[in-house]
Design a protein around this ligand. Structure first.
Ligand code: M6R
Length: 612
């Protein structure tokens, strides 16, 4: 949430910052701003997207080789010009941009007001810059020392960049619970919330750790301290993503590109990890913790949103294949309900971004109670990847569309590999069944390619249902979490109200909603409950509901009942979600497109939810 970019070097900072903000716009897009240092401090900010900022700055003084920029997702105060970042202190000589929440901003503000400060905005961020400035003046210390001392009194999450007119060759950065990455070029540095604005300039990066303060100075380069004033040696890593991965590559939207990338992204998730020829699954990242997983008394999966839905599929996988009891928890609930966790529990945290604040907090809680925590993350070097004991990256490549698509199927792939490896060690699967699943998993990219070919049919269905005010999604067993995911995809990008339900639960309430205007998407690929699903469809039909059924290629019965049948390739039941979600992703995309919605940047949302 909120994107931060900074540049210090020899080039003009403004275009680099603007390009960087465009790459980070998926993190928040309600206002944007920049501060440029060129002798004096010039600040430009306005409500709206980065393109609005570009218009706003036309003809303005944009020179300067040092600058910071921000794209906001509002927390404190509505999206408007005044609440947009950067914010300044009393003297207007210092500027700050911030991602996160200063939880104790209210008492700090009250104290500052008593000491003669006045505030323009409703933000917590403005309080912080006043505090930094006050410390600097009172203690007569450097900018970085003032940042360090001020942050000692702050409760909450922050990634900040600070520049000052009296420090014309320096940017000070600090983080706690919100990400910051420093890119190291030739005599220049790039700082950002994630690596996407940095990749086009350099592949060498340093991820800041919690409570670290970095000073980036044109003479002395990068130096890092922690909030306790201990020096820290920067650890330089090489980025594995490339620029091409960040472009739309000929597609109209990132979401559509990411949907179509799934055969490739799933292959990448499995690369080097699956070898059906010798019946082997190898997850190098969790090697040292494999026995913990195999012997776990219980697995607890924590996640949010789409990642929580993959966690639900994970529950079916681990219980069905490896016979390990699983609980799946919303990270936000888990952390606040004093859960029972013990040392024999293995907690699996799932997160595309690796930065979701609630998931991070749930991990910290689980670790403090002695559990082993494994991560499934997409973003390499992200906070969750670093705080978990071990983990497996999904390697799906950057996911930029706010609606998660390829990250979901990549997470399912990793969960399947984990469950299979646990099942093999625990001896809970017949060898022939184990080998069948390995072989089918290896071929799943082809089945996805086949499912993607259904797009023309799905466009036609989208046209028919684009104006429906409500949708119901039903699924059983492995397909129940897919029903939830289909409903989430539709509501987040098309703003149509949608609910996902276990098909049999329909009669316990939602059936009251069904009439001739209600589209009901039924996931009907389960062999084990086929007859039951046919009955559920009959029940919808009897109330004149409009049925869109997702069935397997060999279906004969449902065809006769449904208004539309989308036939996907036959795969073993535990692997079904990886394929059955594809038509639902496409359906939500095409409905949103027909409704003229901003598919990649839906209203009120942000890609990475770094606030609680
Ligand atoms: O980065 P994470 O996987 O931790 O994000 C979790 C959710 O915020 C995310 O899945 C969200 O629900 C997506 N917008 C769904 O498409």
């Amino acid at each position: 949430m909120c994107g931060i970019v900074g540049y210090i070097g020899k080039q003009d900072a403004f275009p680099i910052i603007i390009n960087g903000l465009k790459r980070l716009e998926y993190r928040g897009y309600d206002s944007a701003g920049v501060a440029l240092l060129n002798g004096s401090l010039n600040i430009y900010k306005c409500k709206g997207k980065v393109n609005d900022l570009i218009q706003f700055t036309k003809g303005k003084k944009l020179e300067g080789t040092i600058g910071i920029g921000h794209t906001r997702w509002a927390t404190h105060g509505p999206p408007n010009d005044i609440n947009a970042h950067p914010h300044t202190g009393k003297s207007d000589k210092l500027a700050i941009i911030h991602n996160g929440i200063i939880e104790n901003y209210a008492p700090l503000k009250e104290e500052l007001i008593k000491r003669g400060h006045s505030f323009e905005s409703d933000t917590d961020t403005e309080v912080l810059i006043h505090l930094i400035e006050e410390v600097m003046d009172k203690e007569q210390v450097s900018l970085e020392e003032a940042v360090r001392l001020a942050l000692q009194g702050v409760v909450g999450a922050y990634a900040i960049l600070v520049v000052g007119e009296d420090n014309p060759r320096k940017i000070v950065a600090a983080r706690k619970s919100s990400p910051l990455v420093v890119g190291i070029g030739e005599g220049e540095f790039f700082i950002a919330s994630d690596a996407t604005p940095i990749i086009e300039h350099t592949r060498n990066v340093v991820y800041l750790n919690d409570e670290e303060i970095a000073v980036i100075d044109l003479e002395n380069g990068l130096s890092i301290k922690n909030i306790q004033n201990q020096d820290k040696a920067p650890f330089v890593q090489e980025l594995e993503w490339n620029l091409e991965m960040l472009e739309k590559g000929g597609y109209d939207h990132f979401m559509l590109k990411e949907i179509h990338e799934q055969p490739r992204s799933i292959r990448d998730s499995m690369r080097g990890r699956l070898n059906p020829a010798i019946g082997n699954v190898r997850l190098g990242g969790i090697k040292e913790y494999k026995q913990k997983l195999v012997n776990a008394k219980r697995i607890i999966i924590v996640a949010c949103g789409t990642s929580w839905h993959s966690g639900l599929v994970g529950e079916y996988l681990f219980e069905d294949l490896a016979r390990i009891p699983v609980e799946v928890e919303y990270a936000s609930e888990f952390r606040y309900r004093n859960p029972i966790i013990d040392e024999d529990d293995v907690v699996i945290a799932i997160s595309q971004s690796g930065e979701t604040a609630d998931t991070l907090a749930a991990i910290n809680l689980a670790k403090s109670r002695g559990a082993t925590v494994l991560g499934i993350c997409n973003v390499v070097g992200s906070s969750i990847a670093r705080v978990t004991h071990a983990g497996a990256y999904t390697h799906a490549g950057p996911e930029i569309g706010v609606a998660s698509t390829k990250a979901f199927t990549a997470q399912l792939t990793i969960l399947t590999l984990m469950a299979l490896t646990a099942a093999e060690s625990r001896g809970t699967l017949r060898r022939s069944r184990y080998m069948q699943l390995l072989n089918e998993l290896e071929n799943i990219p082809e089945q996805i390619t086949a499912a993607l070919k259904l797009e023309e049919q799905i466009k036609y269905i989208a046209q028919e249902f684009k104006d429906a005010p409500n949708f119901l999604y039903l699924g059983r067993g492995y397909n129940f979490p897919v029903a939830l995911e289909g409903a989430l995809k539709l509501k987040e990008i098309s703003y149509i109200h949608a609910e996902g339900y276990p098909a049999a639960e329909m009669k316990h309430g939602p059936i009251a909603l069904i009439d001739e205007n209600m589209p009901v998407v039924v996931l009907a690929t389960n062999k084990s409950a086929y007859e039951k699903i046919v009955s559920n469809i009959q029940e919808v039909k009897a109330r004149k509901g409009r049925i869109i059924a997702i069935t397997h290629d060999d279906d004969t019965e449902i065809k006769k009942l449904a208004d539309h049948v989308i036939q996907i390739p036959i795969v073993a039941e535990p692997l079904t979600p990886i394929v059955s979600v594809i038509p639902l992703q496409l359906l939500s995309y095409h409905i949103a497109l027909l409704r003229d919605c901003n598919v990649d940047q839906p209203r009120n949302l942000a890609k990475s939810v770094t606030v609680e």
